[in-house]
Design a protein around this ligand. Structure first.
Ligand code: SAM
Length: 292
């Protein structure tokens, strides 16, 4: 067995880079948020792939590293991949980065990793920042189970449909969003997810870092979020209780509408089951016309 401490000291000394594809996480704002190992890999790689070579160049310059940079973004990926795979097959050490955070997370790289692995190339993670985990950890919401859902669709109808699909999942939900679309997304979230807690984390690790926490409906009407600039993560807390099945909510609604009428009946069931009042109300009106 290795003597105590040897594994640690091994790790403090950079080793020559083995051939392969390195998936290197880079800062999401603060340029000091980069690991020692990421710097070793970027300095030692034969080629560093960046979404934007100006962004990659700035990061490397800030850390005194000069490296050969090439573009690997959504547009260049399909064309560039065969050349990259050929170089990997020939034993090159290639680092894949993105503009910010962890490559492949709402960023290019999935196909490259898949094809490199399929041709037997070693693919190694160099973990570090990602906005989704940074946002989740400061949200004040339960972290034991979460689902990362990327960017919601830009149009409201498609967005609501995606939210509907996610509504009953017993986990926190994490979304990426842009400033101009935030207000619309929060409004749709409040409608579909109902009374759930949430957090809006903006410009994490940057000068204007802000985290707003509260009920979805309150965040949706918060004037500070009307036209926010910058980059945003939205975290929606898990549903308070198990979401009722359609049959259960239908039975509860029939009973409440018979007793209280459509408006108060829908409001009561919305409160009791944590479901959106608007949907229940239209269903309640339909029930009323259906009933003899
Ligand atoms: N690969 C990145 C990662 O690991 O987080 C995400 C790339 S995705 C194209 C960019 C989105 O991530 C932004 O639109 C925003 O939603 C989120 N994001 C990136 N940096 C952020 C930051 N500093 N604060 C809040 N959200 C951020």
């Amino acid at each position: 067995m290795a003597p105590a401490g040897s594994a640690l000291s091994d790790l403090t000394v950079p080793k020559p880079l083995a051939p392969g594809l390195y998936i290197v996480a880079t800062p999401i704002g603060n340029l000091r948020d980069i690991t020692l190992r990421a710097l070793d890999v970027l300095a030692g790689a034969d080629l560093v792939l960046c979404e934007d070579t100006r962004v990659g160049g700035k990061l490397l310059a800030a850390h005194g590293i000069s490296a050969k940079l090439e573009r690997y973004d959504e547009h260049a990926a399909a064309r560039a991949r065969p050349m990259i795979l050929a170089r990997l097959a020939a034993g090159a050490r290639i680092a894949l980065t993105s503009d910010a955070g962890t490559p492949l997370i709402s960023d290019p790289g999935y196909r490259l990793v898949r094809e490199a692995a399929a041709q037997g190339v070693a693919v190694m993670p160099i973990p570090g920042p990602s906005a989704l985990l940074a946002g989740l950890t400061v949200s004040g919401l339960p972290t034991d189970r979460f689902l990362f859902a990327g960017f919601p669709p830009p149009k409201s109808a498609a967005r609501r449909q995606v939210f509907e699909e996610l509504r009953a999942i017993p986990a926190a939900l994490i979304f990426y969003e842009s400033g101009p679309r935030l207000a619309g997304s929060l409004t749709d979230m409040a409608e579909v997810f109902g009374a759930r807690e949430a957090a809006v984390a903006r410009e994490l690790t940057k000068i204007h870092e802000t985290v707003l926490r509260g009920a979805l409906a309150d965040l949706a009407s918060d004037p500070r979020l009307d036209t926010p600039r910058g980059e945003i993560v939205v975290i929606v807390g898990p549903p308070a209780a198990r979401i009722a099945t359609r049959d259960e909510s239908e039975t509860a609604l029939r009973e409440a509408v018979a007793r209280l009428g459509p408006s108060a009946g829908a409001a009561e069931v919305a409160r009791a089951l944590g479901l959106p009042r608007r949907d229940l109300y239209s269903r309640a009106l339909a029930l009323k016309t259906e009933s003899p």
